[in-house]
Design a protein around this ligand. Structure first.
Ligand code: 2NL
Length: 357
């Protein structure tokens, strides 16, 4: 009995893990285990001998059982200690930086110019990108034979078979939004209409979808002088320079009379463009006094009211302000490309028109 006990206690002590321990338990106390076998043999003994052997076998069983439990706890503790040694977390490690998205240059410029014109009393108007030909062309005094109305230049939406009404178009400018604003709000009115416009044009410097902002101010005594001041004020704030110089060149648009194309003075020193100085001129927008027919189409009496209007490409002025050299930056660029041009995320203009840090 004593050798049995010594053998099993040694086996328990030597078990290296829970599986080894279970092997020892099954060998001793399992259904076919050695101790269980001896206990089964008690029935064949004389009552006296059975009593003594039974008592010591039970004591042995209890002792082995207790040793097994103790060893199991010890092995569990050791395993936990081992895990704690290897699986530790350094909670003082700094977090891994995650790349943040940035606002798109076109979106940022829209926010900037919206804030600048808001300071001058202009609100923002929006409208549909799919327009009727009346809003996109007729209301703007663009005659049916005008090149913009040919299949070639404008995206026309198909009508159903047998529907002979004139097709809708993807708006070619945001002027229709201004017509709608005139009809909805009447005069006096000051609005800008920024948004997407579409023309069938695709080369190094043109994309079929681009962004435009148009603006207009209609009141009792609006003149070209108001137009000039408004555009100069806008350019000073937008390009963040104290002095800008604009040049108004006589031009022609169907929707304004008189009309002027506007150039801004700039210099180019080794590829570095500077606005407001130098001996170069760059065309940045078209403008004029609103044509009486266009005022009338918007439901405003041209004998009572005058207005100025202008239109400019947002993509272009975004490229100019942020020194972005070509259109690919807008369509194929990743964030590294934008950062390369000094474009930081979430810079928004403050009320003075400057960029906050
Ligand atoms: C250009 C020319 C211009 C306008 C847009 C306008 C809108 C209405 C009435 C009269 Cl509702 N005019 N818009 C006026 C002059 C020029 O844009 O070259 N844009 C890039």
């Amino acid at each position: 009995m004593d050798t049995l006990k010594a053998r099993y206690l040694a086996a328990v002590a030597n078990a290296a893990d829970e599986a080894g321990l279970e092997e020892v338990r099954v060998g001793a106390l399992g259904k076919k285990g050695e101790i269980s076998g001896l206990m089964a043999g008690l029935g064949k003994m004389e009552p006296e001998a059975r009593k003594a052997a039974g008592a010591s076998l039970n004591a042995l069983k209890d002792e082995i059982d207790a040793a097994l439990r103790a060893r199991k706890v010890a092995l569990g503790d050791a395993a936990l200690d081992e895990r704690l040694k290897t699986e530790w977390l350094d909670v003082t490690l700094p977090g891994r930086p995650r790349p943040r998205g940035t606002i798109h240059p076109v979106s940022q410029v829209m926010e900037e110019l919206t804030a600048i014109f808001a300071d001058m009393g202009f609100s923002v108007a929006e409208g549909p990108q799919v327009e009727s030909d009346w809003y996109n062309f007729d209301a703007l005094n663009i005659p049916p034979e005008h090149p913009a109305r040919q299949e070639h230049d404008t995206f026309f939406m198909h009508r159903a078979e047998g529907d002979n009404r004139p097709p809708h178009v993807l708006r070619t400018h945001t002027s229709p939004v201004q017509i709608r604003a005139m009809m909805d709000q009447g005069a006096p009115i000051r609005v800008i209409a920024p948004g997407r416009v579409y023309r069938m044009d695709m080369d190094q410097t043109h994309t079929p979808m681009f962004h435009q902002v148009e603006g207009m101010a209609i009141d009792r005594n609006i003149s070209m002088a108001n137009l000039k001041w408004t555009l100069e004020e806008f350019c000073r704030a937008f390009f963040e320079v104290d002095k800008v110089e604009l040049r108004f060149r006589a031009s022609h648009f169907p929707f304004t009379e008189p009309s002027a194309e506007v150039d801004i003075r700039y210099s180019n020193v080794g590829g570095q463009l500077k606005i407001g100085e130098g001996d170069k001129w760059m065309e940045i927008l078209g403008s004029g006094m609103m044509h009486p027919k266009v005022l009338a189409a918007g439901g405003i009496d041209p004998d009572q009211w005058q207005g100025f209007a202008f239109g400019m490409g947002i993509d272009r002025i975004a490229m100019l302000k942020y020194g972005i050299p070509d259109l690919r930056a807008f369509f194929e660029a990743d964030l590294r490309w934008l950062r390369h041009y000094g474009f930081s995320a979430l810079d928004v203009p403050d009320l003075a028109g400057g960029l906050s840090a």
